[in-house]
Ligand binder design. Structure first.
Ligand code: C2E
Ligand code: CA
Ligand code: CA
Ligand code: CA
Length: 284
């Protein structure tokens, strides 16, 4: 209680991480941002053709002084609801862009510079300063726009009208990559895919789950195969999420997926995990 004065009045001293009140988390969010309680873990994205590292996704965590490390599912929806996602998202972008610069300066990733992927929430997408701030962050760090990938969920994008898509289009025109996150959960149709400025589909984990069992679920195989050929026909690359086993990785490679992310390759971890030799990479 000494930590945050009356901010903690609702916290139950016996509560575990699963029962912390939403209200308590929400009221503490601004102070947590001020107090630098957030940190970022990076999870590698691996090219399926040769197992090389293409880049990494920045995933934010909250080192809560009382409740330990909280995953983003615990506080991102609250931050989105209250609007704090805008400054929090800006902080994540700044950190991630700086980190990508550092990897590049140290020559990690070899001939092809590592890219960093940053999640963008619907609220950030609608923020009027999105383009100018992103450009400023890139300039200040000296990172080429092509080394940044912004991930926007499919459900956020299919609801967006042309005015809302404009900033993303501007960023794409500047060379920033746009990925359609959690693809397959938002019921896009062909027409809506074509009007989006995305260059990559990130196939949701729910599609790769059926490929974990031996033999793989034949319907899931067909579905993934169909999505991959559709994406490629539209000029989009395909990243698969949640790859946990060697068998899954091999299936997905055969199905033509371009890159993959998942515990099989590496769990999210500190940025040092990307430094080539220590990368726990077991390419399929
Ligand atoms: P996401 O963008 O779909 O990120 C992938 C999630 O899958 C991450 O969960 C990651 O740790 C997890 N994951 C990766 N590989 C595997 C695997 O092989 N198996 C399983 N079971 N899970 C795997 P995490 O870190 O808990 O993030 C959850 C969500 O929170 C993210 O989903 C993203 O939507 C959101 N998020 C994270 N960081 C940020 C951020 O900085 N800004 C915003 N707006 N959202 C964020
Ligand atoms: Ca993501
Ligand atoms: Ca995702
Ligand atoms: Ca997800």
């Amino acid at each position: 209680k000494a930590l945050g004065g009356n901010r903690y009045e609702l916290a139950d001293p016996d509560s575990d991480a699963l029962t912390i009140s939403r209200h308590m988390l929400t009221t503490h969010l601004p102070a947590a941002l001020e107090g630098e309680e957030f940190f970022i873990e990076y999870q590698p994205l691996v090219r399926m053709e040769d197992g090389s590292v293409e880049g990494a996704e920045a995933l934010v965590r909250w080192a809560h002084p009382r409740h330990g490390v909280l995953g983003p599912d615990r506080f991102i929806p609250l931050a989105e609801h209250t609007g704090l996602i805008v400054p929090l998202g800006r902080w994540v972008l700044e950190q991630a862009v700086r980190q990508a610069c550092e990897w590049q300066v140290r020559g990690i990733g070899g001939a092809r510079p590592l890219r960093v992927n940053v999640n963008l929430s619907p609220r950030q997408l609608r923020h009027p300063e999105l383009v100018s701030e992103t450009v400023a962050v890139l300039r200040e760090a000296g990172l080429d726009p092509s080394s940044l990938c912004l991930e926007v969920t499919e459900s956020a994008l299919i609801r967006a009208d042309d005015a809302e898509l404009k900033p993303l289009r501007q960023l794409a025109d500047l060379g920033v990559h746009i990925a359609l996150d959690d693809f397959g959960t938002g019921y896009s149709n062909l027409a809506s895919l074509r009007r989006l400025p995305a260059g990559t589909l990130k196939l949701d984990r729910s599609f790769t789950r059926g490929l974990q069992q031996e033999p793989a679920d034949p319907v899931d195989l067909k579905v993934v195969e169909g999505i991959v050929s559709l994406a490629h026909a539209l000029g989009l690359s395909v990243t698969v999420e949640g790859v946990e086993t060697a068998a899954q990785a091999e299936q997905l490679r055969k199905l033509g997926c371009d890159s993959a992310q998942g515990w099989y390759y590496a769990r999210p971890g500190p940025p040092e995990h990307l430094s080539g030799s220590t990368m726990p990479l077991a390419a399929g």
